[in-house]
Write a protein that binds this ligand. Structure first.
Ligand code: THU
Length: 140
């Protein structure tokens, strides 16, 4: 993937942390999802007083895209950490978000976990979620 595009995704994910609704965990996550059509869908985590309705940043981005008819994706950048952190650590996607990625993404989908625009790790979806259960498993 083009380095400048990776940086743009990370920058957009970082910007999204400002919109995270996190009165309970105070852990702010931002995501930027690149669709195959070139559009970027952003997301933040949205918490809830009942806790379990909380939606992660990654799923917010996916659901925004899918709800607009976009279902093919290339990559996602994810950044997260405590709201008062001076520097971010890597924030890997939770298992539920990996499963949502699995629903819509091919094996060449790239997961970018970043601390900053210059410090990031890249994984393919199968590296992130090996032996994944997906739509094809329901077909046989
Ligand atoms: N969170 C995400 O947004 N994405 C992840 O993949 C990990 C966890 C959020 C959920 C919750 O609002 C907070 O981080 C603490 O778990």
């Amino acid at each position: 993937m083009d380095e400048s595009l990776i940086k743009e995704l990370i920058r957009k994910a970082l910007d999204m942390r400002a919109f995270s609704y996190t009165p309970y965990s105070k852990f702010k996550v931002g995501a930027a999802l690149l669709a195959k059509n070139g559009k970027i869908y952003t997301g933040c985590n949205i918490e809830n007083a009942a806790y379990t309705p909380t939606n992660c940043a990654e799923r917010t981005a996916f659901f925004k895209a899918v709800s607009e008819g976009v279902k093919e994706f290339k990559a996602i950048a994810i950044v997260g950490g405590p709201e008062d952190a001076a520097e971010l650590e890597f924030c890997p996607p939770c298992g539920v978000c990996r499963q949502v990625m699995s629903e819509f993404c091919d094996n060449d989908f790239i997961v970018i976990c970043a601390k900053s625009e210059t410090e990031y790790r890249k994984y393919t979806l199968p590296e992130s979620l090996p032996d994944r259960f997906g739509p094809n498993d329901l077909l046989s």
